[in-house]
Design a protein around this ligand. Sequence first.
Ligand code: ATP
Ligand code: MG
Length: 348
Amino acid sequence: MTTLEIKNLDVSFGEKKILDNLSFNLDSGQIAALLGPSGCGKTTLLRSIAGLIQPDAGTIRFGKQLVSLSSLSLPAHKRKIGYVPQEGALFPHLNIAQNIAFGIDRSAFTKEQIKQVVKEMLTLIDLVGLDKRMPNELSGGQQTRVALARALAVKPAMILLDEPFSALDAQLRAELRTDVIKLLRTQKTTAILVTHDREEALVSSDVVALMRDGKIMQQGSPEQVYSSPTSATTAMSTGDTLVLSAKRLVNGQTNYLFNPINLDANILEIGEVVIRPEEIKISKDLSSAKIIGEITKIDYYGHDAMVEIAVSNESVQVRIPGPAKYATGEKVALEHLGPIRFFANSKS
Ligand SMILES: Nc1ncnc2c1ncn2[C@@H]1O[C@H](COP(=O)(O)OP(=O)(O)OP(=O)(O)O)[C@@H](O)[C@H]1O
Ligand SMILES: [Mg+2]
């Protein structure tokens, strides 16, 4: 259990800057989800925190302790970090009990104490009785549990999980994720979970950090990052997003697809409006409709459906509760319920 404070971190491999002046804070006992596209530097960030990479610049603090500065680096094994690498890799020649015990400091504990910790961990991950099995005799999900137990066995102050569930099928993934998050919460372990999965990030964490090109673009609670994105790009990182060109007028109004107002007023800024598909309402009643479109496609998901509608020259995606009561080709009225999230184009 410890806080994490990262300031102005730079990491380069050769000429290429991988982490670029990156800053990130996490409170003690919180779980952060690190979400970002492949190659943006997520693993590099975890490896820097774990002490496996020496950053070129910046600082990393655990609580009050400075663990990394360009001229100082606390070695990985002294950082009290549980790290589950992306490959998950158990040691193939060691059995499950030996894998779990691997990181425990043998000089600090008796054989009996280590046995006791392994037993606790096996109970925790629900694999009691499998301690003598070899890794290749376990399913993928069981192997993931063991990798997690190995990381937790050292009673880490912080745990770093690099896409631990990515190799599992959807159902097992959701089950194991729920178990792991429960475990981390019970132990009040500060944790970072790397994921590609937007829903996994939102559902698992206290804090979502959106990463791109070696920087954290936005950090906040799942609700904040989903409802109050700081740009169209951050909006797209956390969920389905409709981006419409827009103009903000001097009188404070916004002209966009759902509010086609008179443009005689002076234009203040040109930009875009960002909308979530569930923020648009559609109806069959066209009598008082301001905006009418034609349904071009319906994707039915059971709990809801995504309806694609052609309006003017735009294709608009609208999420409606299932079962779908509309048909392709049908004309519908559309209304944007709000909020209007306007982002001005950056001035060059
Ligand atoms: N040891 C290394 N030497 C040189 N380049 C590296 C090294 N490790 C990573 N990179 C490069 O740094 C960039 C970031 O890699 P990183 O593994 O941190 O990405 P990631 O966000 O974890 O991606 P993924 O989601 O695919 O796991 C990539 O372009 C990668 O090729
Ligand atoms: Mg990675």
